[in-house]
Ligand binder design. Structure first.
Ligand code: SAM
Ligand code: SF4
Length: 326
């Protein structure tokens, strides 16, 4: 088992399959010339399978494919197919724009839950956020996922002066659709112009929702970062991911692999270990994985010790979100 020095067992691996993306969300992809990794820097399908197999051997039971946008990768279906043989829970986080081309392969690989990111229900605001005019396609794809029996979670990055206009629209969406909306507090990464003033906390959003709806607290899944609620009588649920205002590091079971095969033991950590080079050179990958797990900080990669209100984005050392893999 992958147990760290705080007795946390790590059984969940998030693999970024590319740092490329067909959207340009400013909170994720830095505007100033984000240059994508070259093809030979990326793990190929076989290497992803080989590294994932080592993690599985050491106790990983759940793998999420992410990016960048995982579905822009030409051999995505092949990667999925290889990982489906590993006998783990397979998940994907996507911007939803290309889902219609991969529905069959998601089904074939046994994926049952798909997380789709959608920050606005208004086509114009959607285009401003993503710099792409494809709201309609994303919405149709969400419906397609539901029609095909997938459980669909909707990730909404909640930013002050923006989410306030649509908070209730998202709650309304759960009235007739069995969708699971997750409001994510805005997090700081390289180049995303984060400031504490742009963070709207889960507490603030919850107070606003409570004033307008009768809601109940639901049981949270083990290790889940989301605090779940339901408006009474609605088909779907909503939740808050409180990374900034109330951290959940004590229960963390996650490890990450970037698209070029660097292992990160925390989303906010600056330390990385190059598993892909080790694999290519025939070195001991398992030993590096254990080393990385052992060196994991107690919380927030050791970088937010005083809480987000006292954090200066410029003092944090990390990559952009798009190149980590969210
Ligand atoms: N392209 C896919 C997508 O958009 O779902 C997968 C990669 S994206 C980096 C993964 C998740 O990270 C998305 O739900 C996105 O909204 C979220 N994300 C990106 N930057 C963020 C930030 N600064 N704060 C909070 N969430 C963020
Ligand atoms: Fe692309 Fe997802 Fe980042 Fe938006 S959040 S730029 S869709 S990787």
């Amino acid at each position: 088992m992958l147990t760290d020095s705080f007795d946390r067992i790590h059984d969940y691996l998030r693999i970024s399959v590319t740092d490329n993306c067909n959207f340009r969300c400013s909170y994720c992809m830095p505007e100033e010339c984000h240059s994508f990794m070259k093809q030979d820097q990326l793990m190929n399908a076989q290497e992803i399978e080989a590294l994932a197999t080592i993690f599985v051997k050491r106790g990983v039971r759940k793998i999420r494919l992410t990016g960048g946008e995982p579905l822009v990768r030409k051999d995505f279906d092949k990667i999925l197919q290889r990982l489906s043989a590993l006998n783990v829970e397979l998940l994907i986080t996507t911007n939803g724009s290309l889902v219609h081309k991969h529905i069959d392969s998601l089904k074939k690989a046994g994926v049952t839950t798909v997380n789709v990111s959608l920050d606005s229900l208004k086509p114009t605001a959607f285009e401003q956020l993503t710099k792409r005019n494809v709201f309609e396609q994303v919405w149709l794809n969400i419906l397609m996922l539901l029609e095909n029996g997938f459980r669909v979670k909707i990730n909404v990055v909640a930013m002050r002066d923006s989410i306030e206009h649509e908070l209730f629209d998202f709650i309304e969406l759960t009235r007739n659709y069995p969708l699971h909306i997750r409001f994510i507090e805005f997090m700081p990464f390289a180049g995303n112009s984060w400031s504490k003033n742009k963070v709207i906390t889960a507490g603030e959003m919850l107070t606003a929702v409570q004033a307008n709806y009768d809601i109940v607290k639901l049981k949270d899944e083990p290790h889940s970062t989301a605090r779940k609620y339901k408006a009474i009588g609605h088909e779907g649920t909503f939740a808050f991911i409180t990374t900034m205002s109330k951290q959940f590091c004590g229960e963390c079971n996650r490890l990450r692999l970037t698209a070029e095969g660097k292992m990160k033991n925390c989303l906010f950590g600056k330390d990385e270990l190059d598993l892909l080079s080790a694999l290519r050179n025939g070195n001991d990958v398992e030993e590096l994985i254990l080393q990385s797990v052992q060196s994991k900080h107690a919380a927030m990669g050791g970088q937010f010790e005083k809480g987000y209100q006292h954090t200066e984005a410029t003092q944090l050392v990390n990559r952009s979100m798009v190149s980590i893999g969210g």
